[in-house]
Design a protein around this ligand. Structure first.
Ligand code: ADP
Length: 925
């Protein structure tokens, strides 16, 4: 009987299982399983060993291994351990029995089957590994470089190799041409393909499955595929490249073999597809970024170069340049400015502009600060920035010319202020040296001139023997010219004295009338010789001016002398002196040749003489008027001329009268807004009933009431006590109430006190004409009185009207009186300044076109002076091209409002009202 492996195994099964199980249960893949489970999973291995056919046995082993790898994730070494364990147990048992030879063949087949199985596995894994490596390589290529051309080529090479395709191509969309264009190719000659012929899903950017054609020779294809493919291609795989939902091109691979692409190839192709598309998208973004970065870089370089150039210019420029921003902070100081200011730039940068000007002398500093404030302030008010300012400043022993101008962009945005400083010390010194020289020469000339004149006079007087007629005529000519030369020398000396600061100037209280009469007396002979009438009129009680009598004499001599010389025979010359507010005014009027408009602006210049036959004939130096101007201005005055050719000229100058010290004379009025006390009302009435009623009514409303029963003492009382308002009965025991009203209005100290007339008489308009604020007919009701008083007090105020036109003056004062203002008048800017300082009006109506100092200049002065700055000013002008522009300009200069001529009374009152509105917003300083 032969030995049978199957029967043996059946008998030994329990023993075999026990031993074998010990091996299996130690393995990780089986450790968690029960003994039964382990045995049942390995049963098919035992079953395989029972197969008699080697081939079937091996197939059984392979199937077992496949299942254990697939289901239990058993590793090759675990499988080997299980198989070896089983073989070992069987061998052990059989060798003990001596029957081992019976099963050797089976056990060998088990070994071979497993070895073959593992060899197959290794091959499969190697293929997978190389696929992964290819993918990895492609991915690395795609992400490592942003150079699209290179990336695409290398990626394509990677893909074709991995897919074992011999040909490959990448197309990119050329949207301008509406085509896809071959970007990079391997063994592929393709033409451009119109986008329109491609599948619509592709064109719309839908990522789609690749189109795979296994044999181009047998399969039906669309027309565009024929364009794409070469005749030698058999297999073709093509798909759209889609990034961020946009169609970007095509990826295609091909092979000369049919059926060249397996599902693994297709998978790889699809993976690469998505990555290429993303890479193309990234590269596009990168290209845009690089391009922009390059452009920006170029711009920056250009700007840096420009900035360096500007910096170099600023550094090497000889003038000091300082820039302040719109907030007034210093943001740039060039080296020249540092040396002029003698201060390192760091000390100034970031500082307020006040620091900048701190080194200058007080007067210059004020002027520069005011200019800067005007430039910066114009911005704060959001109006047109004003023009440039110029001034001369002094630092230590140096003289600096400063030019401040606004910095504006092309759009007109205000950026700040640029100040250019130029050291003009050497110019000033040269000028001084010149003046010294002129002065020295003039002095030196005087001595010989004295000799010439003296000896001529002696000869002329016959001191050395008689002279005949002809000799006498010649001597007269010599004497005449010697006189002219002397006059010229004297003029030159005066000018150089003023310039070198050596002129003696000793002001003292002077009656200008006396000077006028002296001069007229001296020149009367000359006028008489020309049959001219030379007269003068001086208003009585003229106040003293503070003046240097010699200089004033010279001023008048030059003016009256000119009038005589430039007025033909028989003409008239009149000198007038009269008081104006805060000053004395002198007119020298003639009926002479007059001055042409073109010359008017220049006659005060040195050596300037009009081109007129009489002027040329008379001869002269052209220095007289410049001396007049210098001297008048030294007195704090002003001079100007009005003239009409062939009709005559009037030269006018004004000299200020010293301001009375506060507390003396008529007191200063306190502006209503700062009155903290109760308002006082003077009731002038002799009727006890009326008085009582008024007192009760007014006191109940918080006024302090004073009573006067007669008229004569009213003005004196009012002058001293300065009530805020007067109620005035017209029928008084001693004088007519209208007389009292007239006296009150005539007196500068009381003129502005509003007077409410209360009378039993019917209103005949007389009181209004005299300046009453209101007229109430008795019996007066308490509430009517109160309303009238209140109205008069609201509008109570002084207005200064500055206008040289008499008709306008009358109109303006009447209109202002109507609303309760008392008017003061001034005929020119200079007078306006003096009156404003003296009387502090509550409002100024300022005509801009004035003789002497014009309205613009007056406005600038008033706004610069801390005392007068707060007074609202209504600027008035008839000579305006663009009203709105002018209004902006004036408001920027500090005017409260602007009234273009002609205007209606309503317009005037509207502007006045707006000017009196309290101004909101920042206050200067
Ligand atoms: P001068 O009289 O020596 O020429 P001025 O400086 O006094 O020098 O005057 C300058 C010029 O002004 C004169 O040359 C003349 O053309 C003009 N001028 C001055 N006064 C009068 C006047 N009263 N009438 C006309 N022209 C005058």
């Amino acid at each position: 009987m032969s030995w049978d492996f199957g029967s043996w195994l059946y008998q030994q099964r329990a023993d075999i299982d026990a031993r074998w199980l010990a091996v299996v249960q130690k393995l990780p893949a089986y450790a968690a399983l029960s003994a039964d489970e382990c045995l049942s999973y390995c049963q098919s291995l035992v079953d395989a060993l029972l197969e008699d056919q080697t081939e079937t046995l091996m197939e059984g082993v392979r199937q077992w291994a496949d299942r254990e790898v697939g289901e239990r994730r058993a590793t090759p070494s675990e499988l080997l351990s299980i198989a070896e364990g089983l073989s070992q147990v069987i061998q052990d048992l059989l060798s003990a029995e001596g029957n081992l030879g019976q099963v050797n063949g089976r056990l060998n087949a088990l070994d071979v089957a497993l070895t073959q199985y593992f060899a197959g596995e290794v091959e499969r894994l190697t293929a997978e590994k190389s696929r992964l490596e290819a993918l990895h390589e492609i991915t690395r290529e795609l992400t490592a470089s942003l150079d699209l051309g290179r990336v695409l080529h290398r990626t394509l090479a990677g893909v074709t190799t991995a897919i074992t395709a011999e040909m490959g191509v990448v197309f990119l969309v050329d949207s301008a041409a509406g085509q896809v264009v071959p970007e990079t190719a391997i063994n592929w000659n393709s033409e451009r393909i119109p986008v329109a012929v491609l599948p619509s899903a592709w064109r719309l950017g839908q990522a789609d499955l690749p189109l795979v054609l296994s044999d181009l020779q047998t399969e039906q294809t669309e027309a565009w595929v024929k364009v794409l493919a070469d005749p030698n291609m058999r297999s073709l795989m093509v798909a759209p490249l889609v990034a961020n939902g946009a169609f970007m091109g095509l990826l295609a691979v091909a092979s000369s073999r049919p059926e060249a692409f397996s599902p693994t190839h297709v998978r790889l192709f699809r993976t690469v597809l998505g990555q290429i598309a993303t890479a193309i998208g990234n590269a596009e973004v990168y290209r845009l970024l690089t391009q922009q970065a390059q452009e920006l870089g170029q711009m920056l370089r250009h700007q840096q170069e420009e900035a360096t150039k500007s910096q170099a210019i600023l550094t090497s420029i000889a003038d000091g340049v300082i820039v302040n921003n719109a907030e007034g902070q210093t943001i740039l100081v060039n080296p020249a400015a540092e040396s002029i200011l003698d201060m390192p730039g760091e000390q100034l940068i970031g500082q307020d502009f006040h620091a900048l000007f701190s080194v200058f002398d007080a007067r210059g500093r004020e002027e520069a600060v005011a200019a800067m404030e005007a430039l910066l302030g114009a911005v704060a008010l959001e109006v047109e920035v004003r023009k440039a300012f110029q001034m001369t400043l002094e630092v230590d022993s140096r003289v600096v010319h400063a030019h401040l101008s606004p910095v504006l962009t092309q759009r007109g945005d205000f950026l700040g202020v640029v100040t250019v400083l130029r050291d003009i010390t050497s110019e000033v010194e040269a000028d001084r040296a010149k003046s010294e020289f002129v002065s020295n020469v003039s002095h030196e000339l005087r001595t010989p001139m004295t000799a010439i004149k003296g000896y001529t006079d002696l000869l002329y007087a016959g001191a050395v023997g008689p002279v005949n007629d002809e000799q006498e005529r010649f001597l007269a000519i010599i004497r005449n010219n010697a006189d002219r030369l002397t006059a010229l020398i004297n003029d030159l000396l005066d000018i150089s004295r003023v310039e070198t600061g050596r002129l003696r100037f000793e002001p003292q209280p002077t009656q200008i009338g006396e000077v006028i009469s002296d001069v007229v007396n001296v020149l009367a002979g000359q006028a008489e010789a020309k049959h001219q009438t030379l007269t003068y009129g001086v208003v009585g009680g003229l106040p003293d001016v503070m003046g240097d009598r010699d200089r004033l004499n010279q001023v008048l001599t030059n003016l009256v002398g000119n009038a005589v010389r430039y007025t033909p025979e028989g003409g008239e010359i009149e000198v007038r002196a009269y008081p104006v507010e805060g000053a004395v005014r002198v007119d020298v009027q003639d009926t002479g040749i007059g001055i042409a408009t073109d010359d008017l602006g220049r006659i005060f210049e040195r050596f300037y003489r009009a081109d007129h036959p009489l002027v040329q004939e008379v001869g002269g130096s052209g220095l007289g008027l410049s001396i007049v101007k210098m001297f008048v201005e030294m007195h704090g005055g002003r001079v100007w001329v009005e003239s009409e050719q062939d009709k005559g000229s009037t030269f006018t100058f004004i000299l200020p009268v010293p301001v009375q010290v506060e507390g003396e004379g008529p007191g200063r009025r306190i502006p209503p807004c700062v009155m903290a006390r109760a308002r006082t009302i003077l009731v002038v009435d002799d009727d006890p009933n009326a008085v009582n009623l008024a007192r009760m009514q007014l006191e109940n409303s918080g006024y302090r009431v004073f009573i006067l029963g007669s008229g004569r003492s009213v003005v004196v009382w009012a002058e001293e006590k300065r009530p805020d308002l007067i109620t005035l009965d017209l029928i008084l025991p001693d004088v007519d109430g209208l007389e009292v009203l007239r006296d009150l209005k005539k007196n500068v100290a009381t003129a502005d006190i509003p007077v409410v007339v209360m009378s039993i008489r019917q209103d005949d308009g007389a009181a209004w004409g005299l300046g009453a604020a209101d007229y109430l007919t008795k019996p007066v009701e308490g509430k009517d009185l109160l309303r009238s008083v209140e109205k008069a007090l609201t509008w109570q105020g002084r207005v200064l009207i500055v206008d040289d036109d008499v008709d306008t003056l009358g109109l303006l004062s009447a209109a202002m009186r109507q609303i309760g203002f008392t008017s003061l008048v001034a005929a020119d800017g200079y007078e306006a300044l003096a009156m404003t300082r003296r009387y502090r009006p509550d409002l100024i109506l300022l005509d801009l076109r004035l003789p002497g100092m014009d309205g613009y200049e007056a406005l600038a002065h008033l706004k610069r002076d801390a005392v007068t700055q707060v007074i609202p000013i209504v600027a008035i002008s008839a000579h305006v091209a663009d009203t709105e522009q002018e209004r902006k300009r004036l408001i920027a200069s500090g005017a409260a409002s602007f009234l273009p001529k002609p205007f209606s009374i309503e317009e005037l009152l509207a502007e006045v009202e707006s000017a009196l509105q309290p101004v909101a917003g920042p206050t200067p300083g």
